[in-house]
Design a protein around this ligand. Sequence first.
Ligand SMILES: Cc1cc2nc3c(=O)[nH]c(=O)nc-3n(C[C@H](O)[C@H](O)[C@H](O)COP(=O)(O)O)c2cc1C
Length: 181
Amino acid sequence: MLAFIKERRSHFLREFNGKKASDSIIQEMLEASIWAPSHRLTLPFRYEVFPPNQLGYLSSAIESSYRKKGVDVDPLKIEKIQSFSDKLSHVIAIIFKPSGKVPEWEEYASLGAAVQNMYLQLSSHEKYGGYWTTGNEINSVIMREFLQLEDSEVHCGYFFIGGIDNKRTKAARPAVDVNWR
Ligand SMILES: Cc1cc2nc3c(=O)[nH]c(=O)nc-3n(C[C@H](O)[C@H](O)[C@H](O)COP(=O)(O)O)c2cc1C
């Protein structure tokens, strides 16, 4: 189990080969997420899933949000956003849905555990990888409207999933910060 956890990696857009995953691979990730620890079982998250044929709509929304931001438009950034439908397979928009029944930090912690479960489930597939991104205009006014968020909900990024040729497993971490008593 420890080896499996250590070999989980983030695989990024530049590594995606355009191959499309079956919806069942995504369904397993979503199911894994529900088994995260959750105080009082509030399960304070929900998802909007974009399969391959919806990626164009998603990237157009992200592009228009970026263009309306009022910063100098970076053509490379636009090119990257426009490449989503070719490069990605599926996108899971991760939405925090607080219950108000337990402290907010506990519910964010539960959301993090849910996403880790998704990561681990995806890691069991040799030919697909992905990563959690909190870039790409998350939670902007346009994206909140596009995702039809309630006022209390927070857009906590996306899980980008794509086909990969090389599953990387190696990485480094510092020693754990712990004081045994
Ligand atoms: C909350 C959160 C947000 C992240 N957002 C981004 C992001 O916007 N862009 C990105 O390249 N990676 C993002 N990552 C992925 C990290 O870059 C990645 O987890 C880190 O480099 C460690 O690599 P590993 O996941 O392969 O162990 C995010 C990770 C977390 C936990």
